[in-house]
Structures are given as C-alpha cells and as structure tokens.
Design a protein around this ligand. Structure first.
Ligand code: URA
Length: 433
C-alpha cells in the first residue's frame, strides 16, 4: 500500500477502505508517513469529506492508537459530557455534581483551554489545592468512593489525534465535520463512559458558527457513538451570547457554586438542568421529565452542592472557596464598565466578550501562555434587559492595569441596544439521539 495512492484516491473523491485508513493512522503515528503526506490527505478530506463508514473507521483507528481508560472496576453506570466550548461555559462544574448526586458515576478527563478562558481543569485549579493530575489508581479509587473525579487528560489516550490535531491546526484543516467528529469521539470513547451527552454549541462564540453545521456535527458524533454501542445524545445549544453572567476561570467557579446553592436561575441553570436530565434519563432509563424533576430536586435540597464539596475535597481542594465563594472574586483590580447608551440590550456578542476577557488575562492565545486564573468579566445585564446611560454593564477583574482600556474598547463593540425589547435567543435548538 502506498500513501501516494491513498491521497490520490481521496483527492478524486472516492471513499477509503478500513485498511487504507488504518495504514494512514498507523504509519503517521510511527513516523513512517511524513507530515507533508498527512497534510495532503487531510486537505483532500476537508474538500471531499468522508462517508459514515470512513468516519467510523477513522475514529476506530485513532481510538486504537493508544490506551483506553478501563472503568470496568466501577459499579454502576459511568457518564461523560462534552462541550464543544464557548464563552462562559462552566456547565461541567455544575452538571457533574448534579448527576453524581443521583448515583451516576462521573469519571471525567477534561482539557486545558486554548482560547477565551481556560478549560475545566484550569477553572478547577483556581480553587487552592485542587489536584488535576492523579495516577490512574487515584482516579479510579476517587470515582469508586465518591462517584466523581475530574482530572486533566493523562496517559497515552488517542496519540494519533494529538499528532493530527497539531497538524490540522497549522494547515487550515480543522473545520471538517468528519475530522472534528472523529477527533472528539475517539477521545470520548477512549475515556470509557457508557453514557455520553454532547453539548454542541452554535453561534458567534462557538467554533461552529452556523446552526446547520452544528447540527450536522452533532449528528455525525451521535452516529459514531451509536456505532460503538454507546448511550449517546447531543444537544445543540446557543452560543451567540455568553452563558450565564461570569466569564473567566475563578469567576466561573463562583457562578457554578451559586447555581448549585440555588442562588442563580439564569440560562446557565436551565441548560445545566437539561444536560443533567439528559444524562440521568439515558443512564437510569427513566422518563426525561422524571429525570429533570430529580435534578431540580437535588439542587434545591443541597445534595448536588454537597457532592461538589465532597468532590473538591477528595481532590485536595480547599472547600472554604466553596463555602465563602467571594474568595474567588479577589482579583486586585476591579473596574466598572458603564453604559453609554439607553435602551434594551439587543445583543451581547459572545465572541467579543470572550476576546475582552482574554485581554484581561483569562485566556491563552498559545499553549505556552500563562493565564490569570482570577481575571475575567462579570456581566451585570443579559439580552433583553433595559439599561440607562451610566448603568453598570459589567465588572472587569484583572491584575493588569494596561489591559483595561483595550478590554473596554472591545466591549464597546460587544453590546448592541434597541428601542424595543428583543427576546433572548433560544437556549436549545435541537436534541439529537
Ligand atoms: N475539538 C477537538 O477535540 N477536535 C477537533 O477536531 C475540534 C475541536
């Protein structure tokens, strides 16, 4: 078999066989296929796409390129949730303890973020002492004893995806549905959960901007999950404006704690209940409405919050940060961002709020960037709210005085106003199962 022929076949729009896909992944991992040939094939896939069968074979080849987490020693169902990422998306911090409080195991490996704010692991590390690097035994024992553990990605899971993703990133070959779907799903499958719920974001703050593309991606991933006999569903959800009120690592933990303490009932709360109910109904084979009621009940009765304390404490975190969450809002500089307009807030562009937050220090532009875990933006308004000139639209948190003016300039372009009230966007556009 020759890589040249495989590239040519895909360039001509013909489907590749399992043997050809295995040959490519195996050779690329071993280093016998060079980057220039891999890039050429990726570009041909971007242009000509892949069939369902090819996408399944590619996922399987990447899954088989490394280790898999063996969760068989854990009693009961193990669930995982994945979000394609967005501005203010702290849903894992809320959904994980809600479902764990219902007796569903959450054994989750999360990433560090590249972009507007950190990933789940960065957010958790804003809690003093939280250990995100655990040995496999520690990881499994924590799940066994308390039903929840969230760590960084460890071990040798899907090395083919790591290598290919780095190449895609620099060859303009990221935005291909079969490549994205197989990349995400190979990692999810390697993590070993029985139930998988995907939150596929759509809108200007998501990496899939159009609803149509987001739905196609969600369908492709659900199809892969089913091909591997997983209990899987995907929610396609709005990311045209930030989720909740807080953007930035420690700020997002603060908001997650408020939701779990029953003190915040925004779009964030609503979405977390829907995601948790989806996991619960799939994992426990219960009607959706019943699962939803159980999730709401466990927020109201404090069981979900108690599970969060148990989890953070088990991973070495100082739970005084949960008990007195204002400690998470202790950035040295706090500045108000004031409205220059009167009217109804008609848009808060997620993407530019994300950029504004990154300017304050909350996100990474390159993998090497260090983030300020206490930097970020607290929005004081949501789409549809009435404001007057001089009202506070947001509070900026930073330790870098020079970041304030560029951040404010970016926020000037983030807010839009209208004379009549605009309804907030729909929260969930589609559920695919
Ligand atoms: N996230 C991934 O893990 N892979 C992709 O290809 C795109 C986003």
């Amino acid at each position: 078999m020759r890589m040249y022929d495989i590239i040519y076949k895909k360039r001509m729009g013909k489907p590749l066989t399992k043997e050809e896909i295995d040959f490519f992944i195996d050779g690329y991992c071993k280093g016998t296929i060079p980057d220039y040939q891999a890039s050429a094939l990726l570009m041909a896939i971007c242009i000509n796409s892949m069939t369902r069968e090819e996408t399944l074979c590619l996922t399987e080849a990447m899954l088989n390129s490394g280790d898999r987490v063996d969760l068989s020693a854990i009693d009961g169902v193990c669930a995982d949730k994945h979000s394609t990422g967005g501005v203010g998306d702290k849903t894992t911090l809320i959904v994980a303890p809600i479902v764990a409080s219902l007796g569903i195991n959450v054994a989750k490996m999360s990433g560090r973020g590249l972009g507007f704010t950190g990933g789940t692991v960065d957010k958790l590390e804003s809690i003093k002492g939280y250990r995100a690097t655990l040995s496999t035994d520690e990881f499994l024992n924590t799940v066994k004893s308390i039903g929840i553990c969230v760590t960084g990605q460890s071990g040798n899971l899907t090395p083919a995806d790591k290598k290919l993703y780095a190449l895609r990133d620099v060859t303009a070959t990221v935005d291909s549905i079969p490549l994205i779907a197989s990349s995400i799903m190979s990692k999810k499958l390697a993590s070993g959960a029985d139930t998988i719920v995907l939150d596929v974001k759509t809108g200007n703050g998501a990496f899939m901007k159009s609803l149509e593309d987001s739905c196609t991606l969600a369908e492709a991933m659900v199809d892969i999950g089913k091909g591997f006999n997983k209990n899987i569903r995907a929610l396609v959800t709005d990311m045209s404006s930030p989720l909740g009120y807080f953007v930035g690592n420690s700020l997002e933990v603060y908001e997650a704690v408020s939701v779990l303490k029953g003190k915040s009932h925004s779009d964030l709360y609503e979405l977390c209940i829907e995601l948790s109910a989806s996991i619960a109904s799939s994992s426990l084979s219960l009607p959706y409405e019943r699962s939803r009621e159980m999730c709401i009940e466990n927020v109201k009765n404090g069981k979900a919050y108690s599970k969060m304390e148990e989890w953070i404490s088990a991973q070495g975190g100082d739970i005084s940060y949960l008990q007195s969450p204002e400690k998470l809002l202790s950035s040295p500089i706090k500045v108000e961002y004031i409205s220059k307009m009167s009217g109804y807030v008609s848009e808060i562009h997620a993407e530019s709020v994300g950029i504004a937050s990154m300017l304050l220090g909350a996100g990474r532009r390159t993998k090497e960037d260090k983030i300020d875990l206490y930097a970020g933006i607290e929005l004081r308004v949501k789409k549809g709210d009435r404001v007057n000139i001089g009202d506070t639209l947001a509070i900026l948190y930073t330790s870098d005085e020079n970041a304030i003016t560029p951040c404010k300039n970016t926020l000037d372009a983030s807010f839009e106003f209208s004379e009549s009230r605009t309804e907030p966007s729909e929260l969930i556009y589609s559920i695919i199962k």
